[in-house]
Design a protein around this ligand. Structure first.
Ligand SMILES: Cc1cc2nc3c(=O)[nH]c(=O)nc-3n(C[C@H](O)[C@H](O)[C@H](O)COP(=O)(O)O)c2cc1C
Ligand code: SF4
Ligand code: SF4
Length: 268
């Protein structure tokens, strides 16, 4: 029973959970949604997604990924969403994306991790981070047997109305995410190192004349902000004096490999 764990992660929280889950399973392989080929999933019986919640729902890149899965009708699908404050109904909105692709999301779980959205919120204090990482271990211990047993969760009918409303709210917010990076300022201490361009999961940054230039295909993931060694990328005044966040329990360099080998939307 081979399992594919497909992750999308900007600051490492979702990658951390994907790794923890993989360690529990004897038969699981990891794939980075940002640069994988769909045909590599042919032989997997179970396919899981581990990704963050962005603005009350799943990231846009993950929605496009689910659409590309539509050829695999007979797999067992599961998802773990990481969030920092409230997942709202993100797991059900993910389920809706599966339905749109003619698929079922059989199992889902939401897991609290440190904050990455520094535009709107303060960083999670260090001691709270340690608490969350310890809790994450417990959560993976809890979900792993469910996934191993291919548990199927039913969506309570009483939630359908609420899910429809949440979907409308999320769609409005997610529609402006591609322009998110246009609001970044690059401060004078930028040294043109190009790391921001290298870590952007969707190649939305070009270095021109030693400065990053942001395109309009942004995921809003904030990887460029958090990974800049100079802390030179800011979102107006909203991110000033907040520092940066990278999940300390993983090797973040693993995410540097996020280069699109082929377009995210390709029908490979
Ligand atoms: C653009 C953006 C939007 C976010 N929206 C939410 C949200 O609606 N609710 C929430 O609880 N956390 C939200 N977060 C926080 C992330 O979901 C959380 O920190 C997640 O664990 C980050 O995962 P990663 O490290 O794998 O990128 C948001 C983060 C970003 C960057
Ligand atoms: S990572 Fe920071 S210092 Fe390097 S090019 Fe980008 S903005 Fe400039
Ligand atoms: S430009 Fe920055 S925020 Fe936008 S997708 Fe790339 S790394 Fe993420």
């Amino acid at each position: 029973m081979k399992t594919a764990i497909c992750y999308f992660s900007a600051t490492g929280n979702s990658y951390d959970i994907a790794c923890r889950l993989q360690k529990k399973m004897s038969d699981a392989d990891l794939f980075n949604i940002a640069d994988m080929r769909i045909r590599d999933l042919n032989d997997y019986v179970k396919i899981g997604i581990v990704c963050p919640v962005y603005w009350l729902g799943p990231p846009n890149i993950v929605k496009r990924f689910i659409h590309r899965l539509r050829r695999f009708k007979d797999k067992y699908y599961f998802a773990i969403l990481t969030f920092a404050r409230m997942p709202y109904s993100a797991e059900y909105l993910l389920q809706l994306e599966f339905q749109k692709a003619g698929l079922d999301l059989h199992y889902h779980y939401c897991l609290k991790m440190p904050e990455s959205y520094f535009v709107g919120f303060m960083p999670t204090p260090q001691k709270n981070q340690q608490f969350l990482f310890a809790k994450a271990d417990e959560a993976v211990d809890h979900t792993y047997p469910d996934i191993a047993a291919a548990l199927i969760l039913e969506t309570p009918k009483s939630l359908l109305n609420m899910i429809e409303k949440a979907q409308k709210r999320h769609e409005k917010l997610a529609a402006v995410l591609p322009q998110f990076a246009q609001k970044y300022d690059v401060h004078k201490n930028c040294n043109g190192c190009g790391i921001c361009a290298r870590v952007c999961p969707v190649n939305n940054i070009e270095i021109k004349e030693h400065l990053p230039v942001f395109g309009d295909q942004c995921e809003g993931c904030m990887a460029c902000f958090h990974r800049c060694p100079q802390n030179a990328i800011h979102y107006g005044k909203k991110t000033l004096r907040k520092g940066q966040y990278i999940n300390p329990t993983i090797d973040i360099a693993q995410l540097d490999k996020q280069r699109l080998t082929e377009p995210v939307d390709s029908n490979d």
